[in-house]
Ligand binder design. Structure first.
Ligand code: SF4
Length: 154
């Protein structure tokens, strides 16, 4: 049974988000995968050396900038590289990542203005994973992810 890389905040059980909030995914398929032990939780931002809680950050072009203006791009890049390393090492079949995050978003991200405005785009870790051929779904696309797994697992 092939493994699936998932955002650790979706997996639950450990505070990893910038604000420490709980965001565990309650979808029955996700819960079944978790019970089967096929999920590999990763938090790119923790892997990149950032603490909990941490200042909110958003993508501004190629850089990741916190609300107060600190450039944390290096941490985000390190976390994205580490998430990719784990996905490759574990030979995961696909990934399910938290939508909207500057690391894990897969179809939309915040626009960098800290006004709650979202734009089409992907987070850094998702970009690294996709660039190396991994299929990335969001927690809103669990059914699509399940269909992908069924079609590609032999
Ligand atoms: S970096 Fe990804 S896994 Fe970590 S808290 Fe943000 S969305 Fe969740």
């Amino acid at each position: 049974m092939k493994k699936i890389l998932v955002s650790e905040c979706l997996y639950g059980g450990r505070a990893v988000r910038y604000d420490g909030a709980e965001k565990a995914c309650d979808h029955p398929v996700f819960r079944k995968w978790k019970k089967q032990g096929r999920l590999i939780p990763v938090c790119p931002e923790i892997l990149g050396g950032l603490p909990v809680p941490r200042e909110e950050a958003q993508l501004q072009g190629d850089q990741v900038i916190t609300r107060s203006g600190n450039d944390v791009t290096e941490n985000y890049v390190r976390g994205a590289e580490e998430a990719l390393r784990i996905a490759t090492e574990k030979d995961v079949i696909c990934c399910v990542m938290k939508e909207g995050s500057p690391s894990c978003g897969s179809s939309e991200i915040h626009d960098g203005s800290f006004t709650g405005t979202k734009i089409p785009g992907e987070g850094l870790a998702t970009g690294y994973l996709r660039a190396c051929g991994f299929e990335v779904f969001s927690e809103e696309e669990i059914e699509d992810a399940a269909a992908f797994v069924a079609a590609n697992e032999r």
